[in-house]
Ligand binder design. Structure first.
Ligand code: MN
Length: 527
């Protein structure tokens, strides 16, 4: 049995479509928003990973979302190696037209329309009767099909939907021309057996399911997202929706790397194939962490720092004798290797530019000069410069459009003899300003100095410090989250000096607050 798909052609029955929604479901969660340049870099990395469909955003949600989807469609979407570029839309006409316009430049494009089908959502969120919902399903898919043959329809809150009604909605969507039907566990409530029952039912009861791709989209509120994804595959689903590092609404989505490695490692029990180049997994995971400044937890499967670390002596002994004693997959198969040492203080500007290109950066000469100067400075101070160091450094230096405030210099008096004092210079709208502040510790003194130079009402709600790489000469990577009138922004800074990194992160966050990113539509409720 095989399916003829508008974007993929003849699909083998064992082929799993990997649908990545890092840039949509992932990006819309607090602290994970990305600017256009950052989205383009992630999109490039995801393309290199071999995903089949890239949900690039929710075009109606804001002008920024629209521009990002369009830019991805125009740049990556026209290439031979591009995944299908997908835009999300609610069922209204405006949503679908906006999504269609955003993905239009792509060679292969998908419109993904969704509507809630559960009693709770229909009554309280949509305030629609079931018959109205049913009509809207057909109308939205029919309209979307005018722009592309590849149309996905999702029953939002599908796992809490009345089974008979779910069957009717899915049938209506297929009749209207949907080529992928997704039943999301939007609230992360389902158990694996629920997922099995729902997809088995749809395949048995709804005419036409044998000609389309069924899709699963699971949230991790109970830690079951990947387990539910595997259950869905075994129940006949051939598209998996997932995100890098499992980011997404609330507790996140099914983690792409975990789902893919479960299929690959347990191919004996889950005999399905996909196009993911698993050796690129770690690189993409780290890029996402660098861009968003949120590391995965150390014990995170596949990509966590400890995922392949063996601490117990008896385990270490076993691994040295034969890796398979305690390793079910090799670290190399997902991209871990001993050294990503790349550059030193003798590396020239051309090599640096080349390196940036392979890391997904394309920057102008001025930004390159600034970044190169800081790289040389770093190479003088730090013996070994890793890819991660360069990503942190360049993120810190460039890709900051519209910055009104620039960090110039910082001198700190710290230690156990109070008071700690910060002498800070910032350039604000082109004018260098200087302040001296004391505080409860050097970070507090520095942040007070920033306040003095640029008075503002934002509240500091999160301050975290991590190390980019290992060793006492590692760069500190700091995150500062500011809140103003309900708007949250995260700023990041990197430097071998933790306090300087903190000042840079604070300034970065302030600059982001100054560039208001306003969502024009109601909250971007996910499918
Ligand atoms: Mn979702």
């Amino acid at each position: 049995m095989s399916i003829e798909h508008p974007s993929f052609g003849k699909l083998d029955e064992n082929r799993i479509i990997i649908f990545d929604t890092t840039l949509r479901d992932g990006e819309q969660s607090p602290g994970f928003s990305m600017n256009l340049a950052e989205k383009l870099r992630m999109a490039e990395a995801l393309t290199g990973l071999g995903i089949d469909v890239m949900e690039a955003g929710f075009p109606i949600a804001s002008p920024g979302d629209f521009e990002a989807v369009k830019a991805i469609a125009e740049t990556i979407g026209i290439r031979d190696d591009s995944p299908v570029i997908c835009g999300l839309a609610r069922s209204g006409r405006e949503d679908i037209l906006r999504a269609a316009e955003a993905v239009r430049p792509a060679r292969r494009k998908r419109i993904h329309s969704f509507l809630s089908t559960s009693p709770l959502h229909m009554k309280y969120k949509l305030r629609m009767e079931p018959d109205e919902v049913l009509a809207a399903v057909a109308d939205s898919v029919t309209l979307a099909r005018q722009f592309t043959d590849d149309v996905e329809w999702s029953a939002e809150d599908g796992t809490r939907t009345d089974p008979d009604f779910l069957c009717r909605c899915v049938e209506a969507a297929i009749r209207a021309g949907a080529t992928t039907i997704n039943v999301p566990d939007t609230v992360g409530y389902a158990l694996p057996e629920d997922i099995t029952r729902i997809f088995t039912m749809l395949r048995e009861r709804v005419p036409g399911t044998e000609k389309i791709i069924l899709s699963t989209h699971n949230h991790n509120d109970l830690g079951l997202a990947v387990a539910n994804t595997i259950a869905a595959i075994r129940a006949g689903v051939r598209q998996v929706e997932a995100t890098i590092n499992g980011i997404g609404e609330r507790a996140g989505n099914a983690s792409l790397e975990e789902a893919v490695m479960a299929i690959r490692t347990r191919h004996d029990a889950i005999p399905f194939d996909n196009n993911i180049e698993t050796r690129n997994i770690l690189k993409v995971s780290k890029l996402l962490s660098a861009i968003t400044s949120f590391d995965v937890q150390p014990n995170k499967a596949i990509v966590g720092r400890n995922a392949f670390a063996h601490e117990a002596g008896i385990h270490q002994d076993g691994v040295l004798k034969h890796a398979a004693t305690y390793e079910i997959m090799t670290p190399e198969s997902v991209g871990w290797n001993k050294s990503s040492l790349v550059m030193g203080k003798h590396s020239g500007r051309a090599a640096f530019r080349d390196k940036l290109a392979t890391l997904g950066y394309s920057i102008g000469d001025n930004q390159l000069n600034d970044a190169f100067r800081r790289f040389k400075d770093l190479a003088d101070r730090k013996k070994v410069v890793y890819d991660e160091d360069i990503v942190a450094l360049v993120d810190d230096e460039v890709l900051r459009d519209h910055q009104r405030i620039r960090f110039v210099s910082l001198d700190i008096h710290a230690g156990s003899k109070v008071p700690q004092r910060a002498e800070l210079e910032l350039e604000i709208d082109g004018v260098i300003k200087r302040a001296v502040s004391t505080g409860d510790g050097p970070v507090d003194a520095t942040f007070r100095a920033i306040h003095e130079l640029f008075p503002h009402t934002a509240n500091l709600v999160l301050f975290s410090v991590g190390a980019v790489t290992e060793g006492t000469d590692a760069q500190a990577k700091t995150t500062v989250r500011l809140e103003e009138n309900g708007k949250l922004v995260d700023g990041q800074g990197a430097d071998t000096d933790t306090i300087v990194a903190s000042a840079r992160a604070y300034v970065h966050a302030l600059n982001k607050l100054l560039v208001k990113r306003v969502r024009t539509a109601p909250q971007a409720l996910s499918a």
